[in-house]
Design a protein around this ligand. Structure first.
Ligand SMILES: Nc1nc2c(c(=O)[nH]1)N[C@H]1C(S)=C(S)[C@@H](COP(=O)(O)O)O[C@H]1N2
Ligand SMILES: [Mo]
Length: 325
């Protein structure tokens, strides 16, 4: 069951239509003397996807939150948590310049009928890229509204045909000490790889996506290029970045923040204003970019399940949400 099987069609033989068309446009632009040379690495070989490239997206099934302003691209890409590049909020954008997100492949393995290695180009070819504007609530009590571009995680997992015994999905971030400064040397902030997990019904929920972009463009390194998890009713640390492995399993997978501080960070991590963090209240949140820039920010009340209770509360019927924090 764990035997590696290559995908049926080598991904290198496929150019997704929306990428193909854009490449043609870019190449035509180049021929016409346009100034793409300014973009770092963009289309140097005329082949690879790169960060911040325009994607063709379709309207997603979930309306954007009506009560909130979408956070600026500047704030979304300059205020991040991505400890592989440092623990400061601006470290990920400052220190991620060496990271090469393309080409990229990831594995789907474990309790599946068809374990496989998938090329990200295959994902971009196979599925419509949906606009999904979600609230994003970090466990540190700050929040944004992010216009993700993504694919339902269920569509991706189903390619591998999970077996009846699979109950959870375990996720892993890439380990590349040569490209991720906090993965080398002394004083590393946490053990690598960063790992996360979901119950299979959470993973299959229609709100759960793998994001491949935001603001209609491929992800920048600091946001988890080229693909990261987004589970909008959970604290941000569940949204594991730069994923290289998804393993279907029958055991609850470990997750990095729980391994680090199990009394402060649980497996479920559902946004819940009534369950305080041991060191601070979760009843309200600081809105990044509103009235105070990065470090100030208007405070608003935090919503149960981050405002997605109508969609997801039934997943936790009968569960003690204080014990399962
Ligand atoms: N691999 C990895 N994934 C990660 C993190 C990290 O440090 N490493 N930080 C998490 C935390 S705590 C949050 S709040 C979100 C932040 O996502 P953003 O920077 O895109 O807002 O990413 C999550 N995913
Ligand atoms: Mo977070």
């Amino acid at each position: 069951m764990s035997a590696y099987k290559p995908p049926h069609i080598p991904a290198s033989q496929i150019t997704p239509e929306h990428i193909y068309l854009k490449r043609r446009t870019l190449l035509a632009g180049l021929a016409a003397g346009a100034t793409f040379a300014a973009a770092p690495g963009a289309f140097a070989a005329g082949e690879e996807l790169t960060q911040g490239e325009a994607l063709k997206t379709v309207k997603g099934p979930i309306p954007a939150p009506a009560d909130r302003k979408v956070t600026s691209y500047e704030d979304i890409t300059h205020y991040n948590n991505f400890y592989e590049f440092g623990t400061g909020k601006e470290d990920p954008y400052r220190n991620s310049g060496d990271f090469q997100p393309y080409p990229w492949t990831f594995e789907i393995d474990g309790m599946v009928q068809k374990p496989q290695r998938v090329d990200i180009d295959t994902l971009l070819t196979k599925f419509p890229l949906e606009d999904r504007t979600y609230r994003m609530r970090c466990v540190e009590a700050w929040s944004m509204v992010i216009p993700w571009v993504g694919i339902p995680l269920k569509s991706i997992l189903d390619m591998a045909e999970p077996t009846g015994s699979a109950k959870y999905v375990a996720f892993q971030t890439v380990v590349r000490p040569d490209q991720m400064p906090s993965q080398r040397g002394f004083g590393q902030p946490m053990p690598w790889p960063y790992v996360e997990g979901l119950r299979l019904d959470e993973a299959n929920h229609p709100l759960t996506i793998i994001a491949v972009g935001l603001y209609g463009k491929t992800l920048l390194n600091q946001s988890g290029a080229p693909m990261r998890l987004v589970v909008p009713w959970k604290y941000g640390f569940k949204g594991i970045k730069s994923i290289v492995r998804m393993t279907l399993t029958d055991k609850q997978p470990p997750n990095s923040w729980n391994l680090l501080q199990s009394n402060e960070y649980g497996f479920y991590a559902n946004v819940n204003p009534d369950v305080p963090h041991p060191r601070w209240s979760q009843a309200s949140e600081r809105v990044i970019g509103e009235g105070g820039g990065f470090f100030g920010g208007e405070r608003i009340p935090t919503l149960m399940f981050n405002g997605y209770g109508d969609e997801v509360a039934s997943l936790y019927k009968g569960m003690d949400l204080k014990a399962n924090y």
